[in-house]
Design a binder for this molecule. Structure first.
Ligand code: NI
Length: 261
């Protein structure tokens, strides 16, 4: 099976909650959308599907919402709040049956650099929403369970006695069926507050080994960091699905919880 992704962009406006004066308040976004289809390679042509055919399906769909005030001008969003979640469900229902020679596999929407969502073919009832957080933290990779020589050999310059720092990016993903009334999977203000208060404030501008009791005897690798962050969040965020940490632009770690195999 081969997977193929096309990336396009569209702009749309949605309403914000009504102001006390009754004035129309709106917010606009430039959305980025990735459409992934899958299929078998045709041995004669060497392709899965003509990219022009995919583009035509996507562009016909985008035409219906590009540049529109979604709540007022697109009938689907008169009944469903134009959240990232409902945009994903809208695109899925609009496009799912339209591809020939290929099957719709995944849609990803980026609303802002900090908020993105995804819907996947084998479970298109649920949507995934990811929020991005930042923290800058120092650490020293050093295990108390192996010798100093072994630490130097294993961690090299990351074992530097006084540590080194990273600008970490933390992705927190929730999964679920959007609420009928609110259009979202979780209460984002609460969700962001929980991550900021429990994780970002704990780690930002700290030296992990020296400042955090929890890492007194734990080597602060990204793997161990994910375990700790998961424990801080899993019982506070009901629909928590995944956490991901970018230690550098080149190193990315993901954890789906201890029960996920
Ligand atoms: Ni490091």
């Amino acid at each position: 099976m081969m997977y193929l992704t096309r990336t396009l962009f569209f702009g749309a406006v949605h309403r914000l909650d009504q102001s006390p004066t009754g004035m129309l308040r709106t917010m606009g976004h430039d959305y980025k959308i990735d459409i992934t289809v899958k299929g078998k390679v045709n041995k004669d042509t060497g392709i899965v599907v003509n990219i022009v055919d995919i583009d035509n399906v996507i562009k016909d769909t985008l035409k219906k919402i590009d540049g529109k005030l979604l709540d007022d001008e697109v009938s689907f969003f008169k009944k469903n709040k134009p959240s990232v979640e409902n945009l994903l469900l809208y695109f899925w229902s609009e496009m799912n049956e339209l591809f020939t020679d290929a099957k719709l596999e995944r849609i990803k929407i980026e609303q802002t650099p900090f908020t993105s969502g995804q819907i996947v073919g084998d479970d298109a009832m649920n949507v995934y929403v990811t929020k991005l957080f930042y923290f800058s933290t120092a650490h020293r990779l050093h295990s108390n369970y192996i010798s100093d020589e072994e630490n130097i050999e294993l961690f090299g310059k990351c074992n530097n006695l006084y540590g080194h720092g990273h600008n970490y990016k933390l992705e927190v993903t929730v999964k679920g069926v959007p609420d009928q009334n609110t259009g979202v999977v979780t209460h984002y203000k609460k969700f962001e507050d929980i991550v900021n208060e429990n994780v970002v404030e704990l780690l930002d501008h700290k030296h992990i080994n020296a400042d955090l009791e929890i890492f007194k005897d734990v080597n602060p690798t990204s793997e161990m960091l994910l375990y700790v962050i998961w424990d801080l969040l899993y019982d506070k965020i009901p629909n928590l699905y995944k956490i991901g940490v970018w230690e550098t632009e080149k190193n990315y770690f993901e954890f789906y919880g201890p029960d996920h195999v």
